[in-house]
Every structure is written in structure tokens, then in C-alpha cells.
Design a protein around this ligand. Sequence first.
Ligand code: NAD
Ligand code: TYD
Length: 373
Amino acid sequence: MTEHHKPERLLVTGGAGFIGCNFIHYWLDQHPHDHVVALDALTYAGNLASLEDARSRDNFHLVHGDICDTELVERLLRDHRIDTLVHFAAESHVDRSIHGPDAFIETNIVGTHSLLKAAKQVWLDDPGTATADHRFHHVSTDEVYGSLEPGDPAFAETTPYAPNSPYSASKAASDHLVRAYHHTYGLNVVTSNCSNNYGPYQFPEKLIPLVIINILHGKPLPIYGDGMNIRDWLYVDDHARGIELCIQQGQVGETYNIGGNEERTNIDIVRTLCTLLDARFQADASLAARFPDAPPANGQASDSLITYVKDRPGHDRRYAIDATKTEQTLGYQPVETFERGMEKTLDWYLANEPWWQAILSGEYTQWLEKHYA
Ligand code: NAD
Ligand code: TYD
């Protein structure tokens, strides 16, 4: 059955994180009268500053809380008469999952199950609130499909799951739970599996912001292994656009791949950023004054900072998304080219230094501890 769903009242988990906040900006821009509630535990990766504009609106509410708190989620679904839950909240960094998998099991698996239980209770079980007009959109990753060799066909929705890191294994488990709640209980779920995102508001532990900020500070650019691992990069707004289509037109119980068709080696990404930043410094003399330790401030090339380091254990070699189903059934097409997306991202980090300086200096964490002790 083809479902057309018209969301008006959304609960967005993980709305203070990278993709969640970009999704909220996108959604409020496209649907300025919708009611949007963000639920976020404000872990190290959550940032209220990323939602500053949204927070001044009457139709946006931020709730500081944990997705594992099923009662809280039930209350939010009821009190705000939510018709659409968009689930981003997760522990998302592969390197952290290698050093401490427990938080990934708790948030990504137990937390997703908590949301499913709350959604089932409010949307299916309670006679006072049960409604067929509901949608649970689960945001997942291409990493659940495992690793490709050069020349292998890209991941399709039918590719068997083969997760290799504690992060991807926890996301795979959550995908299976979401599927089971549709097949067993009839919850209206849709799952999207997306490739690597980049863009504004990304926490500086991830490759692209890390490289930009390290160049500005004249710090080494750590390349894991031989730098030839491949990721399929997508500008974050194109992910938001894909999720919007899945929510409005996706068939319940189905999964949709979202990707950018922009496979790049890690070393290629790093060299592209080096070249772009060198050009920015050449065009704008004020950058050398702001960032005196950056190589181009001293007549050197940024790529002099490239440093090969020990590889990540179990490092997946290649990810690539085949988004044919999403393109053909939902009319999905990414809008941003890789070149323009990278320029926009770089310019955002140059124009928003206070956002990332607060993270680097720990100021934000201290502020958070004071306000949410
Ligand atoms: P992120 O780490 O930047 O943000 C995660 C957000 O979730 C943070 O705001 C954090 O405070 C919040 N959170 C964590 N635990 C929580 C809990 N228990 N309760 C409530 N909130 C909690 O992550 P991201 O990069 O924005 O990723 C968002 C989603 O998209 C994740 O589910 C991730 O698996 C998926 N995804 C990410 C990418 C990518 O390239 N970043 C690609 C595909 C899919
Ligand atoms: P990352 O941004 O952590 O995303 P993911 O592991 O989920 O794909 O890393 C992207 C790629 O960049 C990945 O192959 C690991 C590599 N990488 C480095 O080489 N150096 C770094 O410092 C980081 C953070 C990542």
C-alpha cells in the first residue's frame, strides 16, 4: 500500500546533534507552521547552540531527556499530540564505540526499543490516543551493510547486514527492532540508511571538521592506515530532504537507501580541504591574522600537516550507497555537488568560529554542567 503521510506535529530525537539540528532547521524552513519537539540527552555531542534560531520560535520546544526514559517519551507523544517521530538520537562515533561500546548498546539498542515501546503504547494500544495516522521514522546508516571491496556493487536495500564495529552492530540491532515492531504489532515504521554526512554543526571529532580545525591550528592531520578507505559523502541537507520524502511518501515497513554518489578516498577528502583552505587564505588576508598557526598563514601548504597514523581496528574499506529505489519510488535526488558542499561547509566553519571554539575549550561542557546539574 502506498502511504501518503502529512506530518504536522513532530518529535525529533537527537535534535541537538549534527544531523538532527540540520533536519530541524530544514523542516522549520520548509514547514514553518509545524509543531516540532526535540528530545535530546545533551551528551557531549548535543549542542544547544546548534538550535539557537529554532529556540526563539513558539512552535519549537526542546526537551532535555533520555530516549531510554519510556514514560517521558509516552508523555511527550500524548501531550504534544505527536503524529511523527523522527529518530536520530544515537552514539555515533565509530572510534568511541571501539573504546567503549556500552553506551552504544544502551542508547542505540535499548534507547530505540524504549521509543518503539512508547510509540506502540500511545499509537496502537491506548484507546484514547490510538491512531492509524502515525509514523515512526528510524534514521540508520550504510555501515550496517559492512565493508565493500573496490569494484563490488554498492549497497542496495537487499544487501545482507554484516556490521563490523560496535557502532554499526548496535545500529543494525536497532534496525531489526524497528522492523519487528512493524511486522509483529503493525507500527507504521520507515527506515532510511544513509551514507556519510558532512556540513555545518558537525562535532569536530569527525573527519571533515577535524581536518578543517586542525589546519587552522597548524596541528597534524591524522590519516588512518593508508588513507585509501572510501566513503560515499552526502551534504547534510540532502539527507534531510531524503528523510522528508520517506516520511511523506515512504511505504510503511520499507527501508530506503539515501546517498550522494560521491565516493572519495579519505586522503582525497583531506587534500581537497587543504587546497580549499590554502586558496581561502590567499584570497583573504584577515585569515592569517585570525589563524597565525595555519601553514598558509606562513607561506606553507596545508598538506604539509598530513600525518599517517596507526589504522582504526576493523576499519571498513569502502562504503557506497545504491539509492536507485529511493530515486525511483520517491523521486529522491541530492541537490548539492560534492565541490559546492565542501566549499559551503568550509565557509560555515570559518564564519562560525565561536560555535567550535566553545566545544574545543570545554566552555560548552562547563555551561551545560552548570545549567543541567
Ligand atoms: P551526533 O552524535 O552528532 O548526535 C547525536 C545526538 O543524539 C546528540 O545530540 C546527543 O546528545 C543525542 N543523544 C545521544 N544519546 C541520547 C539519548 N540516550 N537520549 C537522547 N538523546 C541522545 O550524531 P549524528 O551524526 O547527528 O547522527 C544522527 C543519526 O544519524 C544517528 O542515528 C546516526 O547513526 C545516523 N547517521 C549518521 C551519519 C553521519 O555521517 N553522521 C550517517 C548515516 C546515519
Ligand atoms: P568518520 O568521520 O569517523 O566516519 P565513519 O568512520 O563513520 O565513516 O571517519 C571517516 C573516515 O575517515 C573513516 O574511514 C575513518 C577516517 N578518519 C581518519 O583517517 N582520521 C581521523 O582522524 C578520523 C576521525 C577519521
